[in-house]
Design a protein around this ligand. Sequence first.
Ligand code: ADP
Ligand code: MG
Length: 293
Amino acid sequence: ATPIAILVGTGRGAQLGILVTGPAALESAERIDTIVLDKTGTLTSGRMSVARVTPAESQDAADALRRIAAVERGSEHPVAHAIVAAAGEGPVATDLESLPGRGVVGTVDGVRVFAGRPELAAELGAALPDALAAAVADGEQRGTVVVAGWADAAGAMRARAVIEVADTVRPESARAVAELRAMGLEPVLLTGDNPHVAAAVAAELGIERVRAGVPPEGKLAEIAALRGEGRTVAMVGDGVNDAAALASADLGIAMGGGTDAALHASDVALMRDDPRGIVTAVRLSRRTMRVIR
Ligand code: ADP
Ligand code: MG
């Protein structure tokens, strides 16, 4: 009997703008008690813009932005789109290496260039001059912060600029979170971004459980920890950095504007880039299983 009811559910889903790609996951839908929400591109618009560029002393801001954009052209992250838009036309780096949830590295004019979360600079052994460290601390009070730089003549990586990127909470997110709560789901905000931005978004949306600064493998671990508490977990995300967590959740939901990686890792895909679709998806999943019994 199962397949027919699920087909009905999936047909109704298409009408509602929801694509069910993993019908088996619907079986866990009515037991879901926890909904993990990615921040960037899920609760926020993901249409980011560069708010400020702080170059290191003796560094030309426009030249730095041009080099940094050359590596960001190799990334699908909303932060990358913002930086490329701010830089305009320019070269594309070669030997690009995308580091999901961390940043990107590539070669521009024969020089290795990096851009990513502040921790990436440390991982690459790039020291942060005091003025740039201050710009990071200051910028994190307002938004997402990227540290970028390139190798010196001796090949040693050096941080050369701090870029502040701004994003906005989607106007539909508050209503979506409130409805999920009313349905008995506890929301959890999970993000690779810094704790200040995460706390501000969570406070605006009335989310109490927040995990910030979490790398992609940490997102996976967080899902495992919640399931270990005996919870049944749905996860919503849009990025490459969310893929592993989406695949491991009891129900993975990909946002409408998400990456292919998020889409392929999910059981349900929203056709529209609107968080209210999350509510519809959970409701439809529950209803479909009720029809089966
Ligand atoms: P979220 O979980 O909010 O979607 P991510 O895990 O994708 O965030 O990214 C975490 C952080 O890593 C971002 O806030 C940003 O600082 C940094 N980052 C990720 N990708 C890039 C990139 N292509 N360029 C610069 N910084 C990046
Ligand atoms: Mg995201």
